[in-house]
Design a protein around this ligand. Structure first.
Ligand code: A2P
Length: 353
C-alpha cells in the first residue's frame, strides 16, 4: 500500500489556503490526515475537504505533533513564529511567505526548473514569489537552450496576490464607484477598481519596491545565475485573479521566434496561447483556475537583434502559490525526500515567537 502523509495547512482560511485544500483533493495527494490551522479569528469554523467538514484550529504549541508536511501560507511573521516548532516536531515546512526565501540554507523551488534543490532541505523549503514563479516557468525552457543575458519585466498584478481581503475590497470598491460612493481603501492604499498603481510593497532606497526585488533576487537564486541582469516594474491592476507579465528578453545570440515557440509549446507547465488572426493571446480571465502559465505574443524585439518579447498570464493563487507548493510536496513524496537528511538549520533554531 502506498504511504500516506499527515498534512497541516497553516493559513487554511486564506485565498491560498483554500486553494491548497482544493488541490490536495483534486490531485489525490496521499494523505491520512489534513489539519487546518489559522489565527484565533477563524478557530471553530469549518472547511470542507473530500465531503467532510474539517474544524479550523488556532495554531498553537501542539499543532504540529505527528505532522509530516506543513503547507504554510499565513505571512512571513507567522512562518517565522512557527516554522522552528513544526520542524522540531519532524515536519517539513513548504512556506509560501518571503520569510526564508533568500536564506542560502533554504531551497527555493519551482519544480519545473530546479526540483533537485528540494533534496537539500533542512526542514524548510520556500515557495517563490508568485510573479517570479510564473516568469521562471516561461523563461527556463528558453534559458536552457540559449542562456539569458538580460530580462526586463513589466507586471500587471491582480488583487489576489494580496490575499482574500484584497479581492473583497476591489469588489466593494467597484460597487461603491458604480453607486457614486467613495470607494473603501482599508486594505489597499488607493482605489484599485477602475485604476492601477505601482505595486504597494515597501520601497527600498534604490527606488525598487520589494515585489520587484523579489523578481530579481529570487529568479537569480532559482536559475542558479547570481549575476543574471534583470529588472522589473510591478503594477497592481484591477483584475481579481491571475497576473500578467510583459517580458523583454535578451540573449547572447539571436533566438529565432519559431524555435522559441516550439520550445515553449512542449515545455512543462506552459500552454501556448496564440491566435494571431483573432488577436487572441493570454488573458487573466482565461488563466484563472488553470494550472499552466499561458504564453503568447512571442515576437522578435525590433530594438535588438538578440531580443525576444513574451506576454504571459498565470493564476497567481494556483501556479503562483498553492499549486507550486503542492507540486513541491508531491516531489518530496515521489522522491522520498519528506524527511530531511540534515538537522534543522541554525537559522531556524534561532527563529522563535
Ligand atoms: P485568519 O483567516 O484566521 O485570519 P490571506 O493571505 O488570504 O489574507 O490569508 C491569510 C491566512 O493566514 C489566513 O488563513 C489567516 O487566518 C492566516 N493568518 C494570518 N495571521 C495569522 C496568525 N498570526 N496565525 C495563524 N494564521 C494566521
Amino acid at each position: 500500500m502506498p504511504q500516506s502523509y499527515r498534512v497541516a495547512i497553516l493559513g487554511a482560511t486564506g485565498a491560498v489556503g483554500t486553494e491548497l485544500i482544493e488541490l490536495l483533493d483534486q490531485r489525490q495527494f496521499p494523505l491520512s490526515e489534513l489539519r487546518l490551522l489559522a489565527s484565533p479569528r477563524s478557530a471553530g469554523s469549518h472547511l470542507s475537504f473530500r465531503g467532510e467538514d474539517l474544524l479550523v484550529q488556532a495554531v498553537g504549541d501542539r499543532s504540529f505533533e505527528g505532522i509530516d508536511i506543513v503547507l504554510a501560507s499565513a505571512g512571513a511573521s507567522t512562518t517565522k513564529a512557527w516554522a522552528s516548532q513544526a520542524i522540531a516536531a519532524g515536519a517539513v515546512v513548504i512556506d509560501n511567505s518571503s520569510a526564508f526565501r533568500m536564506d542560502p540554507q533554504v531551497p527555493l523551488v519551482v519544480p519545473e526548473v530546479n526540483p533537485e534543490a528540494a533534496a537539500q532541505h533542512q526542514g524548510l523549503i520556500a515557495n517563490p514569489n508568485c510573479t517570479t514563479i510564473l516568469m521562471a516557468v516561461a523563461l527556463w525552457p528558453l534559458h536552457q537552450v540559449k542562456p539569458l543575458c538580460r530580462v526586463v519585466a513589466a507586471t500587471y498584478q491582480s488583487a489576489s496576490g494580496a490575499g482574500a481581503r484584497a479581492m473583497e475590497e476591489v469588489k466593494q470598491q467597484a460597487q461603491a464607484i458604480l453607486n457614486g460612493e467613495t470607494p473603501p481603501t482599508e486594505f489597499f492604499p488607493y482605489p484599485l477598481a477602475f485604476n492601477l498603481f505601482p505595486h504597494n510593497s515597501p520601497l527600498s532606497d534604490d527606488g525598487y519596491c520589494q515585489e520587484e526585488l523579489k523578481m530579481v533576487n529570487e529568479t537569480r537564486k532559482i536559475f542558479g545565475v547570481p549575476e543574471l541582469r534583470i529588472t522589473a516594474t510591478c503594477v497592481r491592476v484591477p483584475v481579481l485573479r491571475a497576473h500578467s507579465e510583459a517580458l523583454n528578453l535578451e540573449f547572447a545570440e539571436p533566438f529565432p521566434v519559431d524555435q522559441a515557440r516550439s520550445l515553449l509549446a512542449k515545455a512543462p507547465g506552459v500552454k501556448l496561447v496564440e491566435d494571431w488572426s483573432a488577436n487572441y493571446f493570454p488573458m487573466p480571465i482565461d488563466a484563472s483556475g488553470q494550472d499552466d502559465v499561458l504564453v503568447g505574443r512571442i515576437r522578435q524585439d525590433l530594438s535588438h537583434p538578440h531580443g525576444l518579447e513574451l506576454w504571459i498570464c498565470g493564476d497567481q493563487i494556483r501556479k503562483g502559490a498553492a499549486l507550486n507548493a503542492v507540486q513541491i510536496a508531491e516531489l518530496l513524496v515521489e522522491r522520498g525526500w519528506v524527511r530531511s537528511p540534515a538537522s534543522p538549520s541554525e537559522l531556524l533554531k534561532s527563529s522563535s515567537r
